[in-house]
Design a protein around this ligand. Structure first.
Ligand code: BJW
Ligand code: ZN
Length: 249
């Protein structure tokens, strides 16, 4: 099973979605903040926005859907996760599940290699000069352009290590995600509007290669008509019972 997730899976953790009511793109223009052109034009403004999102996410924790995905019992079906989210909540849930497993709890011992963050991470930076990537959780001082974070290796300007509109996804990462999609019997799609490419194509690739789509979303999406099962509900409300009917007992 390939689990393809989007912002909706983190909505019940308090992370805003992009589209729809309360979504980030209702208050901000994507082209002013989430494109390479926007960063070239005004890196301070872009960092201010990403710094504020980081601050807001600092208090967000994985919800029951993230935990259910991370805690699956060992054995078939093998489950792999491709998330469009940059919030780190799948990785956080995987870390919690691994610690639980170590003390005989309901967690899994599988490591994070079955997780792909295809749009990058809000908590990683990439150097615009030398490409150096690092985990980065320090507060962002976006008061002036001179105070923006700089590369430890070369002094170049750092940028958030996320994929903006018009940028190519990491070819290894999206290549692996497409391999997972091709070999999956089921693509479980949770909390994405499925309008951003190439992410949305992962589900259609599973369909084209003989698998099925199962969708969990309170609203219909372009994938709904292709899904074998489409559940109108929230991630935290539906996913735990779908993946583990015993609820982890
Ligand atoms: C719940 C819920 C609850 C609520 N439980 N559910 C025309 C056709 C095809 C493609 C294109 C095109 N024109 C342009 C493109 C390309 C473009 C694209 O797809 N645009 C479309 C919007 C039209 N794609 C790109 O640019 C990509 N790159 C690319 O194509 O490169 C080509 C290239 C090749 C070689 C060289 C150079 C270039 C890159 C896309 C990057 C997207 N980046 C963002 C920002 C990331 C960083 C950040 O966070 O700031 O990624 S945009 C934003 O959208 C973010 C998300 O990952 C992504 C997807 O959004 P998602 O997750 O689906 O969220 P929402 O808000 O849309 O939906 C939430 C859903 O949850 C809703 O359905 C709710 O109902 C539901 N929900 N509560 C469950 N409790
Ligand atoms: Zn550098």
């Amino acid at each position: 099973m390939l689990v393809l997730t989007g912002a909706g899976i983190s909505a019940e953790s308090g992370v805003p979605t992009f589209r729809g009511s309360g979504g980030l793109w209702r208050s901000y223009r994507a082209e002013d903040l989430a494109t390479p052109e926007a960063f070239a034009r005004d890196p301070r403004l872009v960092w201010e926005w990403y710094g504020a999102r980081r601050d807001a996410m600092a208090s967000c924790e994985p919800n029951a859907a993230h935990h259910a995905i991370a805690r699956r019992r060992p054995g078939p079906p093998a489950l792999r996760i491709a998330t469009q989210n940059v919030d780190g909540l799948h990785a956080a849930a995987a870390g919690i599940a691994a610690r639980e497993a170590a003390v005989g709890g309901p967690g899994t011992t599988e490591d994070a290699t079955s997780l792909l963050e295809i749009h990058g991470s809000l908590f990683r930076t990439r150097c615009t000069a030398c490409g150096d990537r690092r985990d980065h959780r320090d507060p962002i001082d976006a008061a002036t352009e001179a105070s923006l974070p700089r590369c430890l290796a070369c002094g170049g300007l750092l940028r958030p290590d996320v994929v903006w509109f018009g940028e190519a996804l990491d070819p290894d990462v999206i290549g692996t995600a497409f391999e997972w999609a091709e070999t999956a019997d089921v693509c479980l799609v949770v909390g994405t509007s499925a309008v951003v490419q190439p992410a949305a194509s992962l589900a259609t690739v599973t369909l084209e290669t003989g698998g099925a789509i199962i969708e969990v979303n309170p609203e219909p999406t372009p994938l709904t008509r292709m899904a074998s099962v489409s559940i109108r509900g929230t991630a935290a409300g539906c996913v735990p019972a779908m993946l583990d009917p015993d609820g982890g007992r």
